[in-house]
Design a protein around this ligand. Structure first.
Ligand code: PEP
Length: 250
């Protein structure tokens, strides 16, 4: 069943104390009967405490990355088994910052997706075009290629563990949001692409989130579009009132 989801990507923000404060605020303010599945992704070092803190709540915890190998000499990296061992079952992969700053290719992301799925983790798979791609009207091709090269190696049975997050790079952290119409047009294309490759059931059941400068002021209109099933939120996830307002917009 297609779920409504609001996920907060905290990136490299919030130390241990600030993490606890924000989680306490979210626990107090997110309605227990919210229609949304709510996910937060603090930094690696605060994941274990976040899982413990959120144990009896309706808020789930995701990691922002995972290494593709099981274990080994990979200084500074974190494995899927390590994440699972502290109760983290969800991971964000393919984020544009990881693609651009840390040179993650579609092939590497595909590898990470495989590892996460082997560990029975849910993958929030991020993808989206750059401004130059949209200006040259190449955005549909770019998105289709990212899906094909980074994700479409998975088996049909794996789709119940996949959430898609369309994030146009030109809208991330820039204050510039895709219009609700632009978001709907691309989400419809993405669902169609999934349908062509995996069939109707999978296409209808996968949740497709929009990400890119979602704020309390624009969330409701974006979420009202039929193929937008929620949002992946960056900056606005760092303030409890803004994030809660976005959750409530669902
Ligand atoms: C993101 O980084 O995934 C994101 C959507 O950021 P922002 O909401 O700040 O644009």
């Amino acid at each position: 069943m297609r779920k409504k989801i609001v996920a907060g990507n905290w990136k490299m923000h919030k130390n241990a104390e600030q993490t606890e404060d924000l989680l306490n605020d979210l626990i107090a303010k997110i309605p227990t009967d919210t229609a949304a599945t709510v996910i937060v992704a603090p930094t690696f070092i605060n994941l274990a405490s976040a899982v413990e803190h959120l144990q009896f709540t309706n808020i789930e915890v995701a990691a922002q990355n995972v290494h593709q190998a099981e274990s080994g000499a990979f200084t500074g990296e974190i494995s899927a088994d390590m994440l699972k061992s502290v109760g983290v079952d969800i991971v964000i992969l393919g984020h544009s910052e990881r693609r651009a700053i840390f040179n993650e290719t579609d092939a590497l992301i595909a590898n990470k997706v495989g590892t996460a799925l082997e560990h029975d983790m849910t993958v929030i798979f991020c993808f989206g075009e750059e401004l130059k791609d949209r200006q040259s009207k190449n955005h549909f091709n770019i998105v289709e290629n990212q899906l094909r090269d980074g994700l479409f190696q998975i088996e049909a049975k794996d789709w119940e563990k996949v959430i898609l997050a369309y994030e146009p790079v030109w809208a991330i952290g820039t204050g510039e949001t895709a219009s609700p119409e632009q978001a709907q047009e691309m989400h419809e294309f993405i669902r169609e692409t999934v349908r062509k490759n995996y069939g109707n059931d999978i296409a209808e059941n996968v949740s497709i989130l929009y990400g890119g400068s979602v704020k309390p002021e624009n969330a409701k209109e974006i979420f009202s579009k039929p193929d937008v099933d929620g949002g992946l939120i960056g900056g606005a996830a760092l303030k409890a009132d803004d994030f809660v307002a976005i959750v409530n917009a669902i």
